[in-house]
Design a protein around this ligand. Sequence first.
Ligand SMILES: [Fe+2]
Ligand SMILES: [Fe+2]
Length: 151
Amino acid sequence: MTTDEITDLLTEAYISEHETVMNYQTNAIVLDGVHAEEVKTSLEEDVQEELDHARMLGERLKQLDESPPGSAAFEASQHSLQPPEDTTDVQSVIDGVLEAEDNAIELYRSLHEAAAEANDPVTEDVAVTILADEEAHHTEFRGFRKQFPQD
Ligand SMILES: [Fe+2]
Ligand SMILES: [Fe+2]
């Protein structure tokens, strides 16, 4: 059975995935320089996966007889993922992605926990499926960060 906590978390995640799509797409377009190509390609691929996450979350809300939100509910929160002023600053985008993926991992862990407590195995399955993708994204960008040692 479902709870308000579950539908709230599904709605928050749905909005967050759309914000991620916008920021990954923008950064995939704006970055310049010899170090940018791999990161741009990876961001392009992840845009499709994040959009897929949004679709899964929206469909789960529909199954629970709730509607996914439209843009009027949108509140931006990914301040560290705004396109950098210096378009060769690949590292700031990598750091922004790592922060966004950390937040996503935390959100899907909360969703999984709430669904387990409410005995809602279908939402649990959605949370675990998406969580696995976010952990993979995080691992990939942690690898990119190793190429850019902090000074
Ligand atoms: Fe996602
Ligand atoms: Fe992700």
